[in-house]
Design a binder for this molecule. Structure first.
Ligand SMILES: Nc1ncnc2c1ncn2[C@@H]1O[C@H](COP(=O)(O)OP(=O)(O)OP(=O)(O)O)[C@@H](O)[C@H]1O
Ligand SMILES: [Mg+2]
Length: 273
């Protein structure tokens, strides 16, 4: 009996999948491959995994402003574990964005070392650093930075275009990430036809497009009301649980930060709690 039920469920799933892919079997097959990969990734993740994925070791950063130096980070030491969902709080100017930019390889420390997935970022030269940013990291910002003249599905596919992913794989993946963030029914919309919460979810789908190991989000809920902001944090948790992605989120909002596994606090360029 069980077997019959199981095969019926599979048939229903196959039918739904085919419908969702507009009757295109090639697209449906790609979707299945992607789903299987996500399942394998999730299996690798255990909540108490002890592997350090991001190591920030004695990092300082200062900016040269004419003849003076502006200190942004001062001897920061931080280990983040694979699959952790971590929130960074702190007052304006305390160095949160600077720390995120250094972890994402967008800028370099003045002192100290940053290692991501065992790779010393200072050793990565141009091409490899771009690949690291495109493949290992997914970036999410406060102002979604969606392209206004591209439909949602194409917006989501932008990082995959840079990665030269095949069109059919791109389409399948963008359909899948749109489903993850609950936007399957908005794929043909332009950004101006979406709500703020939907735009931010679209930006998250875009960040997931190349299966990044780490999501970096800088004030992703800064433009959202409480309900939408909480939904975004719940979504991060879901992505972490299902795909084992490490999530690092900067927020001013201490109540939201408490939804993460761990919250660290910064002031004056240092981690204080
Ligand atoms: N490109 C830059 N050139 C000069 N100074 C900078 C630059 N970027 C940041 N700073 C300075 O470094 C310090 C830390 O800035 P950062 O943007 O990291 O703060 P933050 O915690 O993200 O603040 P906010 O909550 O307002 O976004 C600030 O004093 C800022 O003025
Ligand atoms: Mg900032």
């Amino acid at each position: 009996m069980q077997e019959v039920d199981d095969s019926e469920a599979k048939q229903v799933y196959a039918k739904q999948l085919l419908e969702a892919c507009g009757g295109d079997p090639k697209l449906a097959l790609e979707q299945l491959k992607i789903a299987a990969k996500a399942k394998r990734n999730a299996a690798k993740y255990t909540p108490k995994n002890s592997e350090v994925i991001v190591s920030v070791d004695g990092v300082s950063k200062s900016y040269k402003m004419g003849k003076t130096q502006v200190g942004a980070l001062e001897s920061v030491k931080l280990d983040i574990y694979r699959g952790e969902f971590i929130a960074i709080t702190g007052t304006s100017g305390s160095g949160k964005s600077t720390l995120l930019q250094l972890i994402g390889g967008l800028d370099k420390p003045s002192k100290g070392k940053i290692t991501v997935g065992g790779q010393d970022l200072s050793k990565l030269r141009d091409g490899k650093l771009s690949r690291f940013r495109n493949q290992t990291i997914g970036f999410i910002f406060q102002f979604f930075y969606l392209q206004p003249f591209l439909r949602l599905q194409t917006n989501i596919e932008v990082p995959a275009m840079f990665a030269r992913t095949k069109r059919v794989t791109r389409k399948a993946k963008s359909s899948e990430t749109a489903a993850t963030v609950g936007l399957s029914d908005r794929l043909r919309h332009y950004p101006r036809e979406l709500s703020g919460g939907q735009m931010q979810r679209a930006a998250i789908a875009r960040a997931l497009q190349n299966n990044p190991e780490i999501l970096l989000a800088d004030e992703p809920t800064g433009n959202l009301d409480r309900t939408n902001a909480t939904a975004i944090f719940d979504l991060f948790k879901k992505i972490r649980d299902e795909q084992g992605t490490t999530v690092i989120v900067v927020t001013h909002d201490v109540a939201l930060a408490s939804l993460a596994d761990r919250a660290i606090h910064m002031s004056d360029g240092r981690i204080t709690a």
